[in-house]
Ligand binder design. Sequence first.
Ligand SMILES: [Zn+2]
Ligand SMILES: [Zn+2]
Ligand SMILES: [Zn+2]
Length: 276
Amino acid sequence: MKLTFLGTGAAEGIPSPFCDCRTCENARETGGHNNRRRQSVLINDNLLIDLGPDIFASCAGLGISLRDLDCLLITHSHLDHFVSDNLMLRGKAFRLATELPELTMLAGPSVWTKWENSGGHDQVAGIQRHIIHPGQTVRLKEYSITAIAACHHLRIGDAMNYLIEDGKAALLYASDSGYYEEAVWESLNGHRFDAVVLEGTIWNRSPGKEHLNQSDFGRMVERLKSIGAMTDQTHLIATHFSHQSVGPHHELSEEVSQFGAQCAFDGLTVHILPDK
Ligand SMILES: [Zn+2]
Ligand SMILES: [Zn+2]
Ligand SMILES: [Zn+2]
């Protein structure tokens, strides 16, 4: 399984256009890994998780085409994870010649409401609609995909994380996650992941209800290990960082490495090998 991080920032990205904090100013001056576009991850070449406001900039900057995309998973309806207009760009009016495969989109009810309210049209975008709820498993192309409830966007209530297997490796995609409810932990019993992508949104801040800081990140890792879902061989990657709570990439990399994690950056590609 190949993971490509198209964006690794939280809602505002880094540098946030209206902010002059140390992290944003440093990112403007130094660029590179200190810049973070809004979060998306491409799995292999055909499954995308989240379609946020920076999808054009990410794909253009990294030389990536989404032509072969046939699976799209949306975690929740926050602006950094789903922008309807970017899906409408799949329409025939916006491309030449190329016939695209049908794209199956899995998302919770509030994402579909956002899609409809902003004029989204399934047929124009060439999508097959699939409404998914936490606890459901779907077979899609070469993937087995299970949705679990995230402790995030609680006012709306249908934010999800995904367990994704491609027949070769198993991934837990946990952004935006918060610290899981007990029922979710029970549902993770018996799973073992080759890779875990975990949010570190409010890294240096006090604990939050809907995002992980450093200590809650550590609690998630310990709990995953205690139920056997993670081992020391599991590839752990931290992502989805806010300028309000992290420093430059090199400092952050050192901090997340204390948890055995790799710090994601825009353009990072990771090949996940099964731990067997
Ligand atoms: Zn987010
Ligand atoms: Zn800032
Ligand atoms: Zn969110």
